[in-house]
Design a protein around this ligand. Structure first.
Ligand SMILES: Nc1ncnc2c1ncn2[C@@H]1O[C@H](COP(=O)(O)OP(=O)(O)OP(=O)(O)O)[C@@H](O)[C@H]1O
Ligand SMILES: [Mg+2]
Length: 289
């Protein structure tokens, strides 16, 4: 069995469509491509579960169980080693969604209990990676998608250490390039100082694109900086995307023929096709460092 691709959706800029891409791409991979997907919410806002119609409050175990020791030691968690034919309950706080093949680890405000401001604590920020490495059931999945919070801190560092690939949604605005450069420096640090040398940027996705001259210029700059990683499809503003989320449905169920659904489908297919490639990160690094 092959290990799943572990992909973090990150941009420190709030409202850049991270959660939308995780839930939409995850839904498409499961619904239309028959892949097994685990989406993990690492944002205390807890929106990933909400937009997929999962009742967050009723779940006793959430993402905080992945990263806090006291909870990992919970005797309620079945840690029996897996024997063939004798499958223990999951050691991860996984919840099924209404979409077959798409499971989630939801988050809520308790995730904010994770010590903030302590990015130097190596043991703390490597926990998510270690928990996933030790969980045999992670190999049931083809993709693990992480939804990161909008600010850089220990939780984002946890995600970057646990992921092997990064997808960066970039809202096409004047300041977007600044946040990209900052993020590339962070990724570089995670490669060199946090034991994740193969972390790569697989795809850069322009979001909230509008047909203006400024947007066009920004796209050109993104093209220069990320010649291999820039996605072929560009996500504009499509109101059905927002509406679908308010109903707890994926856009592929709510408005499958909407233009937004088509673009998100293209992005999911593109991500599935982009094989991890250790060479792809070098181009941008020259600009970022
Ligand atoms: N292409 C789009 N068209 C219309 N609305 C969108 C689109 N993408 C995202 N939205 C809406 O914009 C808002 C922000 O998107 P989203 O929550 O995915 O961003 P985020 O990067 O996860 O935000 P945060 O940084 O707060 O976690 C949401 O209400 C979402 O429904
Ligand atoms: Mg979000």
């Amino acid at each position: 069995m092959q290990a799943p691709r572990r992909i973090a959706f990150i941009n420190e800029k709030g409202g850049s469509a991270k959660t939308t891409l995780v839930t939409s791409i995850g839904s498409y991979l499961a619904l239309r491509m028959g892949r097994r997907v685990l989406a993990i919410d690492m944002d205390p806002q807890g929106q990933l579960g909400k937009v997929l119609g999962v009742e967050v409050r009723r779940n006793r175990r959430t993402a905080i169980d992945l990263v806090l020791d006291s909870l990992l030691g919970d005797p309620g968690l079945d840690k029996t080693p897996r024997e063939p034919g004798n499958r223990p309950a999951s050691s991860l706080p996984i919840v099924a969604t209404h979409i077959p093949g798409l499971d989630v680890v939801v988050a809520n405000k308790s995730l904010a209990l994770f010590p903030q401001g302590d990015t130097d604590d190596d043991e703390l920020t490597s926990r998510l990676d270690r928990v996933l490495n030790e969980a045999a059931e992670i190999n049931d999945y083809d993709f693990v998608l992480f939804d990161a919070p909008p600010s850089f801190g220990p939780l984002t560092l946890c995600v970057l250490r646990a992921a092997r690939e990064v997808v960066i949604p970039v809202p096409v605005t004047y300041l977007a390039l600044d946040s990209c450069a900052e993020l590339m420096r962070t990724i570089h640090t995670v490669r060199s100082h946090y034991g994740n040398p193969a972390l790569q940027v697989t795809m850069v996705v322009p979001t909230f694109y509008r047909r203006t001259r400024l947007a066009h210029e920004i796209l050109e700059k993104l093209q220069q900086r990320f010649p291999k990683q820039l996605s072929h499809s560009v996500l504009g503003y499509h109101v059905k995307i927002d509406e679908a989320q308010s109903h707890g449905l994926s856009i592929f169920e709510y408005a499958p023929s909407d233009r937004g659904a088509r673009v998100l489908a293209e992005l999911a297919e593109e991500l599935a096709q982009r094989a991890p490639d250790l060479e792809t990160h070098t181009d941008f690094e020259r600009h970022a460092t």
